[in-house]
Ligand binder design. Structure first.
Ligand SMILES: [Zn+2]
Length: 111
């Protein structure tokens, strides 16, 4: 249920990283391709993402390079803490957005 939204958010995060890379290269004084296309794609994605979810993403992004991270073997790949079994079970139900109890990042489950 929330999976689709989280997938969009992961895609948005990828775009944000690409935009940041271009900006970094530009700061070094190199010529870079225009950011217009990336920013347009970002805007289209953002419109599809629920406002509260996007707000959480922005808040976390100020703190972490990755605001949303995958879970593998019930472990948050942001901070490498093992999630409590109950939380991992809730995450797999795909009914709500789960955040890591340790680092606060949003989590998504890899198949
Ligand atoms: Zn974590």
């Amino acid at each position: 249920m929330v999976k689709k939204q989280l997938e969009l958010l992961v895609a948005l995060q990828d775009l944000d990283m690409m935009i940041r890379e271009v900006e970094d290269v530009r700061q070094l004084g190199f010529e870079t391709p225009s950011l217009d296309k990336l920013e347009k794609a970002r805007e289209e994605l953002r419109e599809k993402i629920g406002k509260p979810l996007y707000a959480t993403y922005e808040r976390l992004k100020a703190r972490y390079k990755r605001a949303i991270v995958p879970v593998k073997d019930d472990t948050c790949l942001g901070c490498f803490m093992r999630l409590p079994t109950s939380l991992a079970a809730r995450g797999r139900e795909d009914a709500e957005v789960i955040t890591c109890e340790n680092c606060g990042r949003m989590l998504y489950w890899l198949e």
